[in-house]
Design a binder for this molecule. Sequence first.
Ligand SMILES: Nc1ncnc2c1ncn2[C@@H]1O[C@H](COP(=O)(O)OP(=O)(O)OP(=O)(O)O)[C@@H](O)[C@H]1O
Length: 350
Amino acid sequence: MVRHCELCNGKRAALVRPKNQQQICKDCFYTAFEEEIHQTIVDNKLFKRGDRVAVAASGGKDSTVLAHVLTLLNKRHDYGLDLFLLSIDEGIAGYRDDSLETVKRNETQYGIPLEVVSYKTLYNWTMDEIVKEIGLKNNCTFCGVFRRQALDRGAHKMKAVKMATGHNADDVAETVLLNILRGDIARLARCTSIITGEEGALPRCKPFKYTYEKEIVMYAYFKKLDYFSTECTYSPNAYRGFAREFIKDLEAIRPQAILDIIRSGERFRIDSTAKMPEQGLCEKCGYISSQKWCKACVLLDGLNRGLPRLGITRTRGKGSANVVETVSNGVEKLAVSRDDRRPSVSAIDF
Ligand SMILES: Nc1ncnc2c1ncn2[C@@H]1O[C@H](COP(=O)(O)OP(=O)(O)OP(=O)(O)O)[C@@H](O)[C@H]1O
């Protein structure tokens, strides 16, 4: 028996919508997908007319669909946005160089300019060089911290007033869970915000905050978008991977679970007596930081001194003046080296 689309009742149903199990045709899926994102943008006032917006583009499925949908909605609803693609080249041979080729093609396909900023230029280290120093275990910490700052620096350089990233509902739910598992109250408080960084750094927004990863993949597939699907060559963050698998398992039983975790995260009320980090500026590079030195400077200093583990070590050592101990300020666990009291935290953030 031919099933008709539950929305238009005319065309043949071509897919089951992962979010709500509706059987619908491709055209109704495209419309629902795009207009839900439009609604998220409007309801949350993500952009203002005339905003110059950096679309953080890795060449992967999420940011490719983001670039496609933002370009389309900007025209369809006349947002009046000045969009451009911003890519960070982490220096990972056989991975990022290939995905950057995809972004270069997207530049032509979507007709918006591309700016590429590299770790090598900013930090004088590529991820390939960092992995040679640190090994495969903690490299994601370096990459995440450096990328976050590199995106900000690239966006500032290009005079953007906002950045949009491809973080989706699965990513947000996963981060809520991780911050609970780590007891990271400060990050738990802000990880569900659809716009972050308004207090100093460049505001970042997540137009896909309520968009399911499965739907993004489906959209990219049916629309035949040009994206890069290979996983990073270096070892994935195992703890995050576990949370990801857990969420996928929950979704398989009850798709609504993803949105429910996000809503739970949104509704947490943080005890007003809990000590929160105070925002200031890094004494070394001037970048926004809640500590004396920003995380990127702490990590970079360790690399440049031939002590790459300095900024990521969390366990108490013995004896030497440079030993690292773990202390707690009640909010985040800080690894502080005894000689210079420079803290570092591991990032569970966007
Ligand atoms: N190298 C990069 N250059 C620019 N933006 C990036 C880069 N890496 C990640 N991002 C931004 O951060 C978002 C989340 O990145 P993450 O590494 O979690 O990848 P992802 O969920 O696989 O996303 P994507 O499919 O877009 O790669 C991306 O959607 C993109 O907006």
